[in-house]
Design a protein around this ligand. Structure first.
Ligand SMILES: Cc1cc2nc3c(=O)[nH]c(=O)nc-3n(C[C@H](O)[C@H](O)[C@H](O)COP(=O)(O)OP(=O)(O)OC[C@H]3O[C@@H](n4cnc5c(N)ncnc54)[C@H](O)[C@@H]3O)c2cc1C
Length: 425
């Protein structure tokens, strides 16, 4: 009998638990450790922030589902991982031993790295549903007294799609309310050019995103480093190609949302040879840590090096489909180990993404994510918004049903030639 433990019951950890179930032998036990029992669908957070979704619409209580699937569900959170001792210390001081562990703890949000950043400072966030609810209350107050808006991401951020989405969604909602003419908007980003997305662009994202910003009268600043945020002002430095500061500016705002840099969570940060200096988990091609080979990692917590040097640091995004490919590879690899075989599955790490603008959007496929690519495609259109709404409903249904990838999803992706797995010889 083996003990298999997954830490983190978010997007990757929940699917991880579902995909591990069919891999278990009789007598093996699967434990999922979360922080609370409620799952929320992170990609819908921007909609919560403008009031297009209510929080309960994007939340699922996992307790009953996990029970139905015979997955032990611990909801008090992991305090510290002890990989030399094969145990996870949980918040009440007790320990959960494991034979195989999957870390799926997502990001720790590094608001503290910039004075005044984040929901405890002066800017809003959409990274967590709680932040998005707070951002919505602030948005309603802002609409009563409109002023300038600043949206974007800070240096070291790796998740740019939601920043663009939020700028466009705000623009759409402000137009609906007849307030857009009273709201100058600025998009601030460390990316070297608009549409870089941490991926050196995908297809024509540079032109698509630039023209979308232009059409919506949103000004932008690239190569931007945020220095400090006060009540109603963002201090930024615009950096040149050589990394030297070209201009310092103060941007006033009545409402601001800036995505922070991510780092690994405190339960794993600082564990030598498990995590890199930012606390992201080091993994090989099979999602296994080279020093602790019974430890795997999936999702945003995984260390992926930047795509290349940029004047201001820019991370690589870990998008949903890429994460699902990590999950599927890990499930097969743990299944192989349980069956006494050599694990040999690699995730494809393809980036497939829908960025919604409220009344349209941009879709892209980067296959593989690092250029040069076999597929490097992007397109915009009203269909993207509809596709994103459909995807939300579909994904939440999967979580509620306890399924990771139903047969029709696998069939469709196969037809599109978008695969999750590679196999080594
Ligand atoms: C606003 C936003 C919008 C996004 N939109 C899209 C999109 O449209 N399409 C797309 O492809 N990607 C999108 N992404 C990127 C990515 O798909 C999501 O970030 C996704 O949620 C990442 O999954 P994850 O499991 O790695 O992290 P999360 O979903 O954040 O899950 C991590 C979980 O681990 C838990 N946890 C942390 N520490 C502990 C601990 N010590 N003990 C127990 N549990 C712990 C957390 O509570 C959380 O539930 C978006 C990201 C953001 C921030």
């Amino acid at each position: 009998m083996a003990e298999i433990v997954v830490i983190g019951a978010g997007l990757s950890g929940t699917l991880m638990a579902y995909e591990l179930v069919p891999q278990l032998r009789k007598g093996d036990r699967l434990t999922l450790i979360g922080e609370g029992s409620v799952f929320h669908f992170v990609p819908s957070n921007p909609w919560v922030a403008v009031g297009w979704r209510q929080r309960p619409e994007i939340e699922v209580d996992l307790a009953k589902i996990m029970k139905r699937k015979d997955i032990r569900f611990i909801t008090i959170g992991a305090k510290r991982l002890h990989p030399e001792e094969n145990r996870v210390e949980i918040e009440d001081g007790s320990s959960i031993p494991y034979d195989y562990l999957v870390i799926a703890t997502g990001p720790d949000l590094a608001f503290d790295e910039i004075p005044g950043l984040g929901p405890n400072g002066h800017t809003q966030s959409i990274c967590h549903v709680e932040h998005a609810s707070k951002a919505h209350a602030a948005f309603e107050a802002f609409c009563a007294q409109p002023g300038p808006v600043v949206v974007g991401a800070t240096q070291g951020a790796s998740c740019f799609g939601p920043a663009y989405e939020f700028a466009f969604i705000l623009d759409t909602e402000l137009k609906k309310r007849g307030l857009r003419d009273r709201v100058p908007m600025t998009f601030v980003t460390p990316e070297p050019y608009i549409g870089h997305l941490g991926l050196d662009g995908v297809g024509d994202t540079k032109s698509l995103m630039e023209s979308e910003l232009r059409e919506r009268h949103i000004k932008w600043v690239t190569n931007a480093r945020v220095k400090t945020i006060g009540s109603g002002t963002v201090e930024i430095e615009e950096v040149g190609e050589d990394g030297a500061v070209r201009e310092s500016r103060t941007l006033p705002f009545g409402y601001a949302m800036l995505l922070p840099a991510f780092r690994g969570v405190s339960a794993v940060r600082g564990i030598e040879k498990l995590a890199n200096p930012r606390g992201f988990i080091l993994v090989d091609k099979q999602q296994r840590n080279p020093t602790f080979p019974n430890v795997f990692a999936v999702g945003v917590c995984v260390a992926i090096p930047p795509i290349g040097p940029t004047p201001v640091p820019v991370g690589v995004p870990k998008t949903g489909f890429m994460i699902e490919s990590m999950v599927t590879a890990t499930a097969h690899n743990i299944g192989a180990l349980l069956a006494g075989r050599t694990p040999n599955r690699h995730p494809t790490l393809n980036a497939v993404c829908l960025a919604d603008f409220g009344n349209g959007g941009v879709a892209f496929v980067a296959q593989p994510q690092i250029p040069p690519r076999n597929v490097n495609w992007s397109a915009k259109g009203a269909w993207v918004h509809l596709a994103k709404v459909a995807f939300e409903k579909y994904f939440l249904r999967k979580v509620k049903r306890g399924e990771s990838a139903p047969f029709y999803e696998r069939f469709l992706m196969d037809k599109l030639n978008i695969r999750k797995l590679k196999e080594s010889a």
